[in-house]
Ligand binder design. Structure first.
Ligand code: FAD
Ligand code: NAP
Ligand code: SF4
Length: 681
C-alpha cells in the first residue's frame, strides 16, 4: 500500500539508531519530571506516545545541576542513583517500540530560584532573580555537568540527548551579545560567545561515544534585540556539527521575546522557512518545529525541503496516536492540538501538572481510563457543546447507548462561535474531531432538537446528562432595550453569527475572554492574519535574519476595520485574567489596532448619540462615547431549565459544563468534567 505521508513516515538512520519515521515528539515540560514519585506516570505517558508510533520522544528538560534548575527542586540528572530511577521511563518506551532522548536543560538566568548563573549579571525581564556572573572556573563546571548528565542519560537507557541551546536559556545567553557582556575568552567576539555550546557538544560526544544521538537545539531566530545574525547561526551550526552533534533542531524566539511563536494565532508552520535557510549548510539532519499540528502540514514542510524531520510537542498531548492514525490514512480521527496553551503551558505557570484541553487524559494515563462499562446502559445527553460532546462520545466508547440532543442545527455550542474569531480557526479541528468520534462511537445525534422534559421522562433513560451550557447575561443597562430596538445594541452572539449590521465606531461592554475576542473580530474586519502568513509576519515585525539581527523587524500594522472601545467596570488592567501565556498576545494585538481599553467605568446610559459612561464610585468625569454600535459581552448564565422537572419526576440526572457553573467557565473545565463523569457511569 502507498504511504499516505511518504516524507513524514520514511525511516531515518542516525548514528546507530534507526528512527521509524520523521516525527519527533518535542520536549514539553509536564511537571511530572520534578518528583521521582511521578516517574511511573511519566513512563505511562511516554509509553502511550511510543505505542502511538512517534519516531523519537524528547523528554521535558532535566537540569544537569542545581544552578541549571528551572525552579527549586526541578528534575535533575546528576547522579548514578538518579539515572537508575529513569529506567522505568526508558524501559517503558522501549517495550512499546519507541525511542527516547533526554533533554538537558540549563535555564541560566531564566531559573526561578536564587542560585541562577549566567555569562553576565543581567536580570531577565521575565524572572525576579538577578544571576551571578560565572567565573571561567564556574563555566568549566557547567560544561562538566552537561557531559556528566549526558553520560548518565546513556547509563539510564536513553537513545540520545538533546542539548537545549535555544529559547534564551543558559547556552543561548552566552551566544547572544544581548546577554553576554563578558570580555574574557567566553565573550566579546562571536567565536568566543559560541565557545560554550561547541565545547559542551564536544565534551558530551567525548563522554558518550560515537553512536549515541546528540541533538542540538539551535536558536535560528532569536526575536530579541542584539540576537544572532544569520551568518552567526550558520557558523554555529557548522561548528556544532563538527563538535559531534547528530541532529540539529530549530529553536524560535527567546521566552522573553514579545512576538508569539506557538500560540494559536501563529500561522501553521510559521517558521519552517527559517530551518529551510540552513538546508545545505550542514550535513546532519535538520528538524523544523513550531505550530506544526497535522500530518498534512508536517508532510508539506518536508516535501518543500524545509527540513529532514518535524518536531511536534503539544500535538502529542492532544493525541498519543497521532502517527498511527496518519499512517492508517485516518488523519481525520486525530484529536488536533488547537495551540490554546490552556491546560499545558498555563498549568505549569501555576505549578500544576500539564494536561490538555482537548484530551484530559494527557498526563493522567494511570488514572483516567475509558474502559468498557461493566453494564451497558441508556443515556441521554442534552446539549452538544464541548461538555455534551465529550461526555456522549466517552460514554458511547465505553459501550453505552447514547442519544445526544442539540437545539441548534450543528454541534459546538459556544465553541462554534470561538471558531469565528480571527486567530482561533484551529478550534474548528476540535469540532471536526468530535464529528468523527460521534460516527465512530455510534452516538445517536439529534440536531435541531430542543428537547423538553416530558420527552426525557417518557423515554426512561438510565440517566440524563444536562450539558445545556450558557446564554449571554443581559446587563440591563439604562436605555439598552430602546437601543436594541434601534439595532444599536447587539449581543456577542448576534455579532459573531453575522446576524446584524455593525457601525464603524463600537463600544464593547465587558472585557473578559469574549470581550477581547469580539474586539479582535471587529478590528480585523473578518480577515485573519493567522491564515495569511506574510501579513502575520509584517504585523508582528518578523524579518529575515539575513537582513536584521535576530529576525527582529519593524511591525507594519494594517489599520483597524472598526474603531473600538473595550470597557469594564473593574478598576484593573484589562485582560489581567486572561491566560498566563497568551493574555499578553491578546493585549498586544488590540493595542496595535488602537483599541481603547478602559477600566473602572460606570455605564450611565445608552442613547441614539452613543454610550454615556463615568468613572469610579463618585461617577466622575462623565463622557459620551459617540459610538454607532454597543456589543454586550457581559458574561453568561447557566441554562438549567430541565433540572427541576427531571428532579420532580425522579429521573436520575447529572449537570456538567456551563450548565453546572457559568462563572469562570471555559472549554477545558467543560471537557474535563464531562470525561471524568463519563468514566464513572
Ligand atoms: P455550551 O457551549 O453553551 O453548549 C451548550 C449546548 O446545549 C448549546 O449548543 C445549546 O444549543 C444546547 N442546548 C441547551 N438547551 C438545550 C435543550 N433543551 N435541548 C437541546 N440542546 C440544548 N473557551 C476556552 O476554553 N477557550 C477559548 O479560547 C474560548 N474562546 C471562546 C470564544 C468565544 C467567542 C466564545 C463565545 C466562547 C469561548 N470559549 C472558550 C468558551 C467555551 O466555548 C465554553 O466554555 C464552552 O462552549 C462551554 O461548553 P458547554 O458544553 O458547557 O456549553
Ligand atoms: P467573563 O470572563 O466572566 O467576563 C465577563 C465580562 O463582563 C467582565 O469583563 C465583566 O467585567 C463584565 N460584566 C459582568 N457582569 C456585568 C454586568 N452586569 N454589566 C456589565 N458588565 C458586566 O465572561 P466572558 O467574557 O463571557 O467569557 C466566558 C468564558 O469563556 C470565560 O470564563 C472564559 O474563560 C471563556 N473564554 C476563554 C477565552 C480564552 O482565551 N481562554 C476566550 C474567550 C472566552 P466587569 O464586571 O468588571 O464589568
Ligand atoms: Fe494543545 Fe491546548 Fe492541549 Fe496544550 S491544552 S496540548 S495547546 S490543545
Amino acid at each position: 500500500m502507498n504511504s499516505p505521508y511518504p516524507y513524514l513516515l520514511a525511516p531515518l538512520t542516525v548514528g546507530a539508531v534507526t528512527l521509524r519515521n520523521r516525527v519527533i515528539m518535542g520536549s514539553m515540560h509536564t511537571g511530572l519530571e520534578d518528583s521521582r514519585k511521578d516517574f511511573p506516570r511519566l513512563a505511562a505517558y511516554y509509553a502511550e506516545r511510543a505505542a502511538g508510533g512517534v519516531g523519537l520522544i524528547v523528554t521535558g528538560g532535566f537540569a544537569p545541576n542545581i544552578a541549571g534548575w528551572a525552579k527549586p527542586l526541578a528534575g535533575t540528572l546528576a547522579t548514578h542513583a538518579a539515572a537508575s530511577r529513569h529506567r522505568v521511563i526508558t524501559d517503558a518506551v522501549h517495550a512499546a517500540g519507541g525511542r527516547i532522548a533526554l533533554q538537558i536543560l540549563h535555564t541560566g538566568r531564566y531559573g526561578y530560584h536564587p542560585f541562577v548563573v549566567a555569562p553576565s549579571r543581567l536580570k531577565s525581564p521575565i524572572s525576579p532573580f538577578a544571576p551571578r556572573a560565572l567565573s571561567a572556573h564556574g563555566i568549566e563546571r557547567q560544561i562538566q555537568a552537561f557531559a556528566r548528565c549526558a553520560a548518565l542519560a546513556q547509563e539510564a537507557g536513553y537513545d540520545g540527548v538533546e542539548v537545549m541551546g535555544s529559547e534564551g536559556y543558559f547556552i543561548n545567553q552566552f551566544i547572544a551579545a544581548h546577554t553576554n557582556h563578558r570580555t574574557d575568552e567566553w565573550g566579546g567576539s562571536y567565536i568566543n560567545r559560541m565557545r560554550l555550546p561547541v565545547e559542551i557538544v564536544r565534551r558530551v560526544r567525548e563522554r558518550v561515544g560515537p553512536d549515541f544521538v546528540i541533538i542540538y537545539r539551535l536558536s535560528m531566530l532569536d526575536l530579541v534585540p542584539d540576537g544572532s545574525t544569520w551568518d552567526e547561526v550558520v557558523t554555529l551550526a557548522k561548528a556544532v556539527e563538527t563538535a559531534g552533534a547528530s541532529i540539529l533542531n530549530t529553536g524560535i524566539g527567546w521566552h522573553e521575546a514579545r512576538i508569539p511563536t506557538i500560540a494559536t494565532s501563529v500561522p501553521r508552520a510559521a517558521f519552517s522557512w527559517v530551518t529551510k535557510k540552513l538546508k545545505g549548510e550542514v550535513g546532519i539532519p535538520l528538524v523544523t518545529s513550531n505550530r506544526i499540528n497535522t500530518p498534512d502540514v508536517g508532510e508539506r514542510v518536508l516535501a518543500e525541503g524545509c527540513a529532514d524531520l518535524v518536531s511536534m510537542a503539544r500535538p502529542f498531548l492532544a493525541d498519543p496516536e497521532f502517527v498511527n492514525k496518519a499512517a492508517a490514512g485516518r488523519a481525520d480521527r486525530i484529536n488536533t492540538c488547537i495551540a490554546c496553551n490552556q491546560a499545558c503551558l498555563d498549568h505549569l505557570f501555576v505549578n500544576r501538572k500539564a494536561s490538555c484541553l482537548v484530551n484530559p487524559r494527557a498526563c493522567h494515563e494511570t488514572e483516567l481510563n475509558y474502559t468498557p462499562a461493566a453494564q451497558p446502559r441508556r443515556y441521554a445527553v442534552v446539549g452538544a457543546g464541548p461538555a455534551g460532546l465529550a461526555c456522549a462520545t466517552v460514554l458511547a466508547q465505553r459501550g453505552h447507548a447514547v442519544d445526544l440532543f442539540e437545539a441548534a442545527d450543528d454541534i459546538g455550542g459556544q465553541f462554534d462561535m470561538a471558531c469565528r474569531i480571527p486567530g482561533k480557526e484551529e478550534f474548528n479541528e476540535t469540532l471536526r474531531y468530535f464529528r468523527t468520534r460521534i460516527a465512530d462511537t455510534g452516538v445517536k445525534l439529534h440536531l435541531s432538537t430542543r428537547v423538553a422534559a416530558p420527552t426525557l421522562i417518557d423515554a426512561h433513560y438510565d440517566s440524563v446528562i444536562l450539558a445545556t451550557g450558557v446564554v449571554p447575561r443581559d446587563p440591563q443597562l439604562p436605555g439598552q432595550a430602546e437601543g436594541a430596538a434601534r439595532g444599536q445594541v447587539l449581543t456577542y452572539v448576534e455579532v459573531l453569527r453575522g446576524q446584524r449590521p455593525m457601525g464603524r465606531r463600537v463600544a464593547v461592554v465587558g472585557a473578559g475572554g469574549i470581550g477581547f475576542d469580539v474586539a479582535e473580530y471587529l478590528v480585523n474586519g473578518g480577515h485573519s492574519a493567522t491564515l495569511d502568513a506574510p501579513l502575520w509576519r509584517r504585523e508582528w515585525g518578523v524579518a529575515d535574519p539575513e537582513q536584521t539581527r535576530g529576525g527582529l523587524g519593524r511591525p507594519e500594522i494594517t489599520p483597524p476595520a472598526h474603531e473600538v472601545w473595550l470597557l469594564q467596570r473593574k478598576d484593573e488592567r484589562l485582560g489581567q485574567r486572561l491566560g498566563k501565556t497568551t493574555g499578553w498576545i491578546h493585549r498586544a494585538e488590540l493595542h496595535k489596532k488602537q483599541v481603547k481599553m478602559v477600566g473602572g467605568v460606570n455605564y450611565e446610559g445608552i442613547s441614539e448619540q452613543g454610550l454615556a459612561i463615568s468613572y469610579g464610585q463618585q461617577h466622575e468625569k462623565a463622557e459620551l462615547l459617540e459610538v454607532d454600535t454597543i456589543v454586550l459581552c457581559a458574561g453568561q448564565l447557566s441554562v438549567r431549565e430541565l433540572q427541576e422537572p427531571l428532579e420532580s419526576a425522579g429521573v436520575p440526572f447529572h449537570v456538567i459544563g456551563g450548565a453546572a457553573l457559568a462563572a469562570e467557565l471555559d472549554a477545558k473545565r467543560a471537557i474535563d468534567a464531562a470525561c471524568r463523569l463519563a468514566t464513572t457511569l
